[in-house]
Design a protein around this ligand. Structure first.
Ligand SMILES: C[S@@+](CC[C@H](N)C(=O)[O-])C[C@H]1O[C@@H](n2cnc3c(N)ncnc32)[C@H](O)[C@@H]1O
Length: 303
């Protein structure tokens, strides 16, 4: 008996929904996970998928979808790893266990062109620190062709994948890939620094759903209630920003933890209407003003 795309979609959603799974690795619902799965199995893009509900699925494709669904459910592997890709800022990124699955609310800022803080007519040099799959920096390079973008990470494994994504997106000389422990190997001055660094506390990490155990721990965990790496970035960033430059730093749901460490700083949090939280923005001038506070945090808390 033949199965249509719509029927397979509904059956698959029913199967996933009946299990106690965690969603949130780039997609938020069983429906979105099945969409990702069927785009992969049927080699369809989103638009084709939506306009062909009566497409007849080949029995082998149906079997493949069922096998992958079982893998998702039995091993609790996030769907993006099962299919090997994720969609971020409207672009397809290859992902595997070497990198965090892209899901940052930075996608909304890219969509806004970082307005009103800085526009891409002025931001010609960009650094994506802690780039992982490359998703944030490569999306910026894709949408803002005149920008010179450096993407960097401490993990050479992650950077291998970032290089693959750079190639798959057809990006060239306007993107450089740099292996660096935070700013250690960074020599440039940037109009815009973006970073989604690790900010999860070790205890929080231990309590996360099974799906997170497939992501590199180095991509998630940071000491001092998650804030050691973010504060190092806040401390060092002004040395690498141009006069009029801005830093956008994500600390997610730990925004209050950061605020509690620095009661004397008036944080500006980006309003995110598409979901997610915890991207703060600083001008170079403000980072310099608060520099002594970051310095004393690091002296007191980091050996
Ligand atoms: C939360 S992931 C973010 C990845 C990607 N930017 C995204 O939004 O999906 C953090 C990344 O920071 C990298 N990282 C961890 N410690 C680092 C360090 N000291 N210097 C540079 N990168 C680091 C990890 O390898 C990981 O790729």
């Amino acid at each position: 008996m033949s199965t249509t795309l719509r029927e397979l979609f509904d059956q698959s959603v029913g199967f996933l929904s009946s299990r106690n799974l965690y969603y949130g690795h780039g997609v938020e619902t069983a429906e979105d996970e099945v969409l990702l799965l069927l785009m992969f199995v049927l080699d369809m893009d989103y638009a084709t998928f939506n306009t062909q509900p009566d497409y007849e699925v080949h029995p082998e494709q149906k079997l493949q979808a069922e096998n992958l669904l079982r893998k998702r459910v039995e091993q609790r592997i996030p769907m993006a790893y099962v299919v090997g890709f994720s969609v971020f800022a409207g672009l397809r990124f290859k992902v595997d266990h070497r990198v965090l699955i892209p899901r940052s609310p930075f996608a909304e800022l890219i969509d806004l062109g970082f307005n009103p803080w800085i526009g891409f007519e002025t931001a010609t040099t960009v650094l994506d620190l802690c780039t992982g799959s490359g998703c944030i920096g490569l999306a910026i390079a894709h949408y803002f062709e005149q920008a010179q973008v450096d993407v960097s990470d401490i993990s050479s494994d992650a950077l291998e994948l970032a290089k693959t994504n750079k190639r798959l997106l057809g990006l060239g000389a306007n993107v450089s890939v740099i292996e660096s422990d935070l700013f250690a190997e960074i020599s440039g001055q940037y109009d815009l620094i973006v970073s989604n660094p690790p900010y999860v506390d070790e205890e929080e990490f231990a309590a996360l759903p099974d799906e997170y155990t497939y992501e590199p721990k180095q991509a998630l965990v940071s000491d001092r209630s998650g804030m050691e790496i973010p504060v190092k970035i806040l401390f060092e960033a002004p040395n690498h920003l141009s006069e009029q430059g801005f830093l956008f730093l994500e600390v997610g749901y730990n925004d209050e933890v950061l605020e509690d460490f620095f009661p004397d700083i008036s944080f500006e949090w980006v309003h995110l209407s598409m979901g997610g939280q915890g991207i703060c923005v600083f001008s170079r001038e403000d980072l310099l003003k608060y520099n002594p506070l970051f310095k004393s945090f690091l002296q007191d808390n980091v050996t």
